[in-house]
Design a protein around this ligand. Structure first.
Ligand SMILES: *Cc1c(COP(=O)(O)O)cnc(C)c1O
Length: 363
């Protein structure tokens, strides 16, 4: 059996360190928003070369609170991709804004920057690019458009921790970078967690209040906020795992290179533009015979997952906006053809060889 991820092995490698850190938190009795969260926020900001990091309850919380910290009113428009995890668009709906979708680029599977400008209206307030599967979006052109039309840019970095363009990390281009530490992300904790990184002091301070009932902890409430806090146990774990994520991302890249060297004549392999570095959150192939490949892998006891089978504009809760099949054809075709293969750091060369063999044999 080859799983999508082996979190057990990853934990056993750092067991003593993690258990020690968790026990210290338990003994210290500061369980929510304490010194571990503060230390992690500082390290996370430093890691990105930015001034501020704010720990929050999840990646969804990071996106939602970032948008909520901006002057966005009901009816305003936010531009994003239809090919992403649902939470990206939930965060837009939470603030009462209208998601305006732009189809994806057929090679990168990220928002097609050539199609953004024609979707900008007087109501557009922000662009929310998603660095899907770990591959950065074309941030140079997105920031040019944002500057030209005076738009905010909130980066969904839930899948792109450590990914970069010409050495510059995702999350450092826009007004804010939003991270998820859900266990299966490249930097994952052992529960829910998230963070926002930014250079914008006003946004940062607003997010600190919004995550904690609109208060900085003194029972004086400046606004109606939420409960979306990172807890101390998760922050202590993240401080340990932050030191490992670079090495783990490098192993994922080695695994990806091996796949691509063996599979590129059989299926469409991930496309990485010049100067871009992916953290390979997913290694996602494309084929018109996707379902056949998936079945063959399943029969060989190998896990694979379709991320994502239904683009967001066709999801039921978006019904109010009247989107229909055919509105975003590139995303819809991708949804019918993509398949993510195991690429986790501890995956062996032998396992990759077996996976490749199954794929080649079934086609
Ligand atoms: C995981 C993910 C999120 C949400 O993160 P949670 O921590 O699960 O709330 C948002 N956007 C994308 C692209 C994701 O992959």
């Amino acid at each position: 059996m080859i799983p999508m991820l082996d979190l057990r092995k990853e934990f056993l490698d750092i067991e003593d360190e993690v258990v020690g850190a968790v026990i210290e938190v338990l003994k210290g009795t500061r369980y929510v928003l304490g010194p571990e969260v503060e230390a992690f926020e500082r390290r996370l900001a430093q890691y990105h070369g930015l001034s501020y990091g704010a720990g929050v309850g999840s990646g969804t919380g990071a996106l939602f609170l970032s948008l909520a910290s901006l002057p966005i009113s009901p009816g305003d428009e936010i531009i994003t991709t239809p090919f992403t995890f649902f939470a990206t668009v939930e965060s837009i709906l939470y603030v009462g804004a209208k998601p305006v979708f732009v189809d994806i680029d057929n090679k990168t599977l990220n928002i097609d920057v050539d199609l953004i400008e024609r979707k900008i209206t007087k109501k557009t307030k922000a662009i929310l690019p998603v660095h899907l599967f770990g591959l950065p979006c074309d941030m140079k052109r997105i920031m040019e458009l944002a500057k030209k039309y005076n738009l905010y840019v909130i980066e969904d970095c839930a899948q792109s921790f450590g990914s970069s363009i010409d050495g510059r990390l995702t999350g450092t281009f826009g007004d804010a970078g939003c991270f998820s530490f859900y266990p299966s992300k490249n930097l994952g904790c052992y529960g829910d967690g998230g963070a926002v990184v930014t250079n914008n002091q006003e946004m940062y301070e607003t997010i600190l209040a919004l995550r904690n009932h609109g208060s900085r902890g003194n029972y004086i409430h400046s606004v109606v906020g939420f409960n979306s806090r990172l807890d101390e146990i998760q922050a202590a774990i993240l401080l340990i795992k932050l030191d490992k994520v670079g090495g783990n991302n490098a192993k994922r890249r080695e695994n990806a290179a091996l796949y691509t060297s063996m599979l590129s004549s059989t299926v469409m392999c991930p496309y990485i533009p010049q100067g871009y570095t992916s953290n390979y959150h997913q290694y996602t192939i494309r084929s018109a015979h996707r379902d056949k490949i998936k079945d063959a892998l399943h029969d060989a006891d190998i896990s694979s997952v379709v991320y994502y089978p239904l683009p967001i504009h066709l999801q039921k809760p978006l019904g109010q906006f009247g989107f229909k099949k055919g509105d975003f054809p590139v995303a819809e075709t991708a949804a019918a053809q993509v398949l993510s293969l195991p690429v986790y750091p501890g995956l062996s060369e032998e396992a990759i060889g077996r996976i490749v063999q199954v794929i080649q044999k079934c086609l």
